[in-house]
Write a protein that binds this ligand. Structure first.
Ligand code: ADP
Length: 550
């Protein structure tokens, strides 16, 4: 008899579904699952909080198109991971969460860390189930992986009862399932394509919006061809940045508000009309705008604004259909639309340049980002979170390659940065690529998952973290005011809720674990510390920046 344990079955099933990475925190009852995964050739990254582990696993899903696993213990472990699951599901990113749970014969008795996990995960996932027996583990793993990548991508949950982990079964009795094929690709209805091209040809002020769905779809070649053949201006969403380079001549990000407001026909490629795009509503959009919407999720079509042309299908395939129909039609580059957009872009560029060149101390965001962007290599992966840090960073830090920007995303989740950076760096390490991962954090955002710096140092991941410290959430108070407040009495009644400890030495978190930490206040210090960090590719690096932003 060739016996196999439940843990081995989980690991082998994942491997046979081409799952390559697992992030998690082990404990009873899933230690053996992590060990079996490593034995099966899956890379295991032990993290410090399940939430960050889930962020990391979901970033692998977005960056590779194949889900990674977040492995957690029962009860609290699983509950911590729910934040990451929700974030992945909202972002439409695939991830597989595997939770250990109580032994089946202890269910409903108040067992250690007992919780209704399958039910709890239903709200945060596309698929949530427990294999009914050891025989069924490979089939459930295959369904979880398939559900996470077919249709609109998202999260799947697999519950493994504690007593199943070490239980054994004869291999001959297991229902093995081969690797699920890549997701099927569908095209739009040809009548809708004709209608879309008719709308485009009649447009006076056309605009293409490129969202992170196009990045996930790996449609950069097709989208570039559409932009360059038609000559239409384009606007990326935050994570749509880099599908075409931010310095592409058709990119009108510097005139975003005007482009959104005045466009009469918008081609929406893998972006939802949610808060990120002001719902497509006036006063940010014209009430008469016609939307040509491309999405693989039928339920998404016509959300908030009725689509004038609803193109249901894969972005790459649908854009190819558009290109075949649009043929050599080209929007004139000397049109009034281009003139008005260019005029606005020039004016806005002047404003941010003058802010960037101010030599105030502490530095302002624009100055810090201006110098950071001058030094960053074009192929680096930028992870960005924090309120002001992310918003201003989005406009100042350019992306040149697809899937090279990771941020708080659709759910606006803070604390994602370190997990995302770890995932990106682990991928870079596996691919032996020299691309740098630079994680630019607000001080408040950094606090949510700051202990993951230990994870970065433990695995020697070449990540640079820049903390833009303004002493609080949105912004805190300066050290002098803080000291005066301390003299006045009970800080719980005085300290503004937005404040964090002024002059906190975040760079010492990095040095505590053996990385390098720098405290910088001036432009010169910032440039020298960043350059030094970029030059050093051998060790894990930490640049913790303290420009004290006003
Ligand atoms: P952004 O945050 O950039 O605005 P969203 O996450 O709101 O982007 O939207 C992404 C959209 O892309 C989702 O509606 C999702 O269904 C869609 N999408 C994902 N992959 C594909 C694909 N391969 N083809 C078409 N649409 C896709």
């Amino acid at each position: 008899m060739d016996e196999v344990t439940g843990a081995q079955l989980v690991a082998e099933a994942l491997k046979s579904q081409n799952v390559e990475y697992m992030f998690g925190i082990v404990g009873v009852p899933i230690i053996e699952v992590a060990m079996a995964a490593q034995a099966a050739g899956i890379k295991y990254v032990g993290m410090r909080n399940e939430q960050a582990a889930c962020y990391a696993a979901s970033a692998i899903g977005y960056l590779t198109g194949r889900p990674a696993v977040c492995l957690v213990v029962s009860g609290p472990g699983l509950i911590h991971a729910l934040g990451g699951m929700a974030n992945a599901n909202m972002n439409c990113w695939p991830v597989i969460v595997i939770g250990g749970s109580s032994d089946r014969n202890q269910e409903t008795t108040g067992a250690f860390q007992e919780f209704p996990q399958v039910e709890a995960c239903r709200l945060y996932s596309k698929f949530s189930a427990r294999p009914s027996s050891l025989e069924m583990i490979p089939a459930v793993v295959e369904k979880a992986v398939r559900s996470s990548i077919y249709g609109r991508p998202g999260a799947s949950y697999i519950d493994i009862a504690g007593d199943m982990v070490n239980a054994k079964i004869d291999r001959a009795n297991v229902r093995f399932v081969s690797c699920c094929p890549a997701p099927p690709v569908s095209q739009a209805d040809s009548r809708e394509i004709t209608q879309a091209v008719r709308l485009l040809r009649a447009a006076q002020r056309p605009l293409i919006i490129i969202g992170k769905g196009a990045a996930y779809a790996r449609a950069e070649k097709e989208v570039r061809e559409l932009v360059e053949v038609t000559g239409i201006p384009f606007l990326p969403t935050p994570m749509g940045k880099g599908i075409l380079p931010d310095d592409h001549p058709n990119c009108v990000a510097a005139a975003r508000s005007r482009a959104l407001l005045q466009a009469d026909v918008i081609v929406l490629l893998g972006a939802r009309l949610n808060w990120i795009l002001h719902f497509g509503f006036p006063p940010r959009f014209s009430p008469h705008v016609k939307i040509i919407q491309v999405d693989l999720c039928a339920e998404e079509l016509s959300n908030n604004v009725r689509a004038a042309s609803a193109l249901l299908g894969d972005i790459g395939a649908v854009v190819r259909q558009l290109l075949e129909t649009v043929r050599s039609w080209r929007f004139p580059s000397d049109s009034q639309w281009w003139l008005t957009l260019k005029e606005k872009m020039t004016a806005n560029a002047q404003i941010s340049k003058s802010l960037a060149l101010r030599s105030t101390l502490p530095m302002n965001y624009y100055t810090a980002f201006h110098h950071i962007s001058e030094l960053l290599p074009k192929d680096c992966i930028i992870v960005s979170e924090g309120a002001n840090t992310m918003d201003i960073g989005r406009t100042m830090l350019l992306n040149y390659l697809p899937r090279h920007r990771l941020d708080a995303g659709t759910f606006g989740t803070m604390g994602v940065g370190p997990g995302f950076a770890i995932a990106a760096a682990v991928l870079e390490q596996t691919q032996k690529s020299a691309q740098r991962v630079v994680c630019i954090e607000g001080d408040s955002a950094f606090g949510f998952s700051g202990m993951e710096v230990e994870t970065m140092c433990r695995y020697k991941l070449p990540i640079i973290i820049i903390v833009i410290n303004n002493n609080g959430i949105y912004s805190g108070v300066d050290p002098k005011t803080w000291k005066e407040m301390e003299k006045m009495g009970d800080m719980t009644t005085i300290a503004p809720p937005v404040t964090l400890l002024p002059e906190a030495r975040y760079e010492q978190v990095m040095s505590a674990f053996g990385g390098r930490g720098y405290l910088v206040r001036t432009v010169e210090e910032l440039r020298s510390a960043l350059q030094e960090s970029l030059n050093n590719t051998q060790m894990n690096l930490g640049l913790l920046d303290y420009p004290y932003i006003i």
